[in-house]
Design a protein around this ligand. Structure first.
Ligand code: C2E
Ligand code: MG
Ligand code: MG
Ligand code: MG
Length: 287
């Protein structure tokens, strides 16, 4: 995975690539070691980023984004520590801690506000891990219908049958399933109908593309949004940073948007304030 990521970030530069790759491998093994010795319950926390409905002008959910404030390493980005946790057998514990914390935050939001939670590929192929996550949702007091699990295509394809069984287990509890970062890999609509999928989140690179090659980027985005509509799958456009980008993706047919323009990842307390402000806006609109 690190190899894949290094490749993506440094396309076409073999020298940078190998140096970077070695550095990453060193990082991951150090991080694995520290993870094992840390009080993860105390050091892991979540930030929450709003998902916005531009038709009704209000937030509809927050995505929970993991953060690790290590006593030894300082802040470690999720791209690094999730991989380290996967490779050290700690991911199930990490996912459980994070899901409990995410649900505790969601429990105080209005009922109509959803929670989106990222699952790792390793969680997805473990029946026992998924069963425990289902139990945690069941015990949380948060209605399962408010909870969406985000999965990447790589995770879904790593073991097709197990992934499908896990997704069906989550869906039968009433939870929703989102395909995350659609368009970053070998995205294909050919297999989507074989999974119980409720939402597709487009990769940020489509919005970046709007700035580079507007006509092509716009056309692709519009086609994806239309295909989602035809499949009965909700589409969330990720990575929208400016008002200009909002206008463009709206013109492409987008309704649900997540990105810095509507809010950066924020603490649970800030998310509560954000909702208060948005709900106050609702009251004004209604009166
Ligand atoms: P993701 O699930 O695709 O999350 C979206 C990432 O894009 C987040 O980075 C978010 O901060 C960033 N982002 C959102 N809006 C914008 C924008 O407008 N512009 C830009 N430039 N970036 C934006 P973050 O928080 O660093 O998370 C990175 C990845 O780490 C996530 O990608 C997800 O794959 C993984 N991750 C995060 N939390 C968890 C978790 O609890 N469990 C697991 N298994 N993976 C997680
Ligand atoms: Mg996500
Ligand atoms: Mg994403
Ligand atoms: Mg991502």
């Amino acid at each position: 995975y690190a190899l894949y990521r290094a490749k993506r970030e440094h396309r076409g530069s073999a020298v940078v690539f190998s140096a970077r790759y070695e550095a990453e491998m060193r990082d991951v093994s150090r991080v694995k070691q520290v993870l094992r010795d840390s009080d993860l319950e105390a050091e892991l926390y979540l930030l929450f980023q709003p998902q916005y409905d531009i038709m009704r002008n209000r937030p509809v959910a927050f995505e929970a984004l993991a953060r690790w404030q290590s006593a030894v390493l300082g802040p470690v980005t999720p791209d690094v520590f999730i991989v380290a946790a996967e490779r050290s057998g700690l991911i199930e514990r990490v996912s459980e801690i994070l899901l409990r914390k995410a649900l505790a935050a969601a429990a105080v939001w209005p009922q109509e506000i959803g929670l989106s939670f990222n699952l790792s590929a390793v969680d997805l192929v473990s029946t026992s891990a998924i069963a425990r996550l289902c139990t945690i949702v069941g015990e949380s007091g948060v209605a399962p219908g408010r909870v969406t699990f985000e999965l990447t295509e790589t995770a879904m394809m790593s073991d097709f049958e197990k992934a499908r069984a896990s997704m069906e287990m989550l869906a039968s509890l009433g939870c929703r399933i989102a395909l995350d970062d659609f368009g970053s890999g070998y995205s294909s609509f050919g297999y989507i109908h074989r999974f119980p999928l409720h939402k597709i989140k487009t990769d940020r690179n489509f919005v970046v593309r709007l700035g580079e090659d507007k006509a092509v980027g716009f056309g692709i985005l519009r086609a994806i949004i239309e295909l989602c509509a035809n499949l009965g799958v909700e589409c969330i456009v990720e990575g929208v940073e400016t008002a200009n980008e909002v206008d463009t993706v709206r013109a492409a047919g987008a309704r649900y948007i997540q990105g810095y323009h509507f809010g950066r990842p924020m603490t649970a307390v800030a998310a509560g304030d954000y909702l208060d402000a948005e709900m106050a806006g609702e009251d004004l609109k209604a009166s």
